[in-house]
Write a protein that binds this ligand. Sequence first.
Ligand SMILES: C[SH](C)CC(=O)O
Length: 265
Amino acid sequence: NESSGNDGSGLNEITGIDGGAGVMSAAQNAIDTYGLDLALQASSGAAMTEALGNAIDNEEPIVVTGWTPHWMFTTYDLKYLDDPENVFGEEESIHTFTRDGLAEDAPEANTVLDNFYWSEDDMGEVMLDIQEGTDPEEAAAKWVESHQDQVDEWTDGVSEVDGDSISLAYVSWDSEIASTNVVKNVLESIGYNVEINSMESAFMWAGIANGEQDAMVAGWLPLTHQEYFEDYEDQVVDLGVNFEGAKTGLVVPEYMDIDSIEDLK
Ligand SMILES: C[SH](C)CC(=O)O
């Protein structure tokens, strides 16, 4: 096929991330719903952004499983493909979930987790710092230092503890690396010994449900993590939204001559 491929004709796969991610099951649903002759390539958040960067360097066709908030929209000229069948749903929120009993066992940590709430700009600052090479812990500390008033609201009235342990589960997506390291920093500032554990989505949700993990700030609802939420709803505590305006979908570089998932057929 002599096409430049930038109309999508040169594509034979969707470049995905870790298999358990909700955006991956939504992408497979899109392949089935739109009748796309494309394979869904599972990899990781880091491998997806590397493939995206390489394709853009060579102005080659690529379609990835994408989401907002993500630094890639700041770094590259990208667009979401329209989704007339609404497979990826509308705007989403990221929720904070804890294991059953955390409010009784660690009331100070529970209060901070309940108060944690930040914007796309806030998260973007940390994600971009990390993308430019800053260690996640250092990027989080830098953000906390420059947003102390906001962080003080999260810890207002919370007494300090003396080295109590807290475990935070997360998936290695740029957005959750940022949020989890910020929450770790704030919990450490009131005396907790915080362990952060990176794992696939399925293990993160199961770990909160079975009490092996204390909390996570990576619950994408109502659609992206709907299956996990339905499986574990009665075994976890939803402390509510920590981030609004999230979105998932299929994303392509602006130079591609396609605007809808329909155009991938
Ligand atoms: C990759 S998005 C941050 C969330 C998800 O798709 O599970």
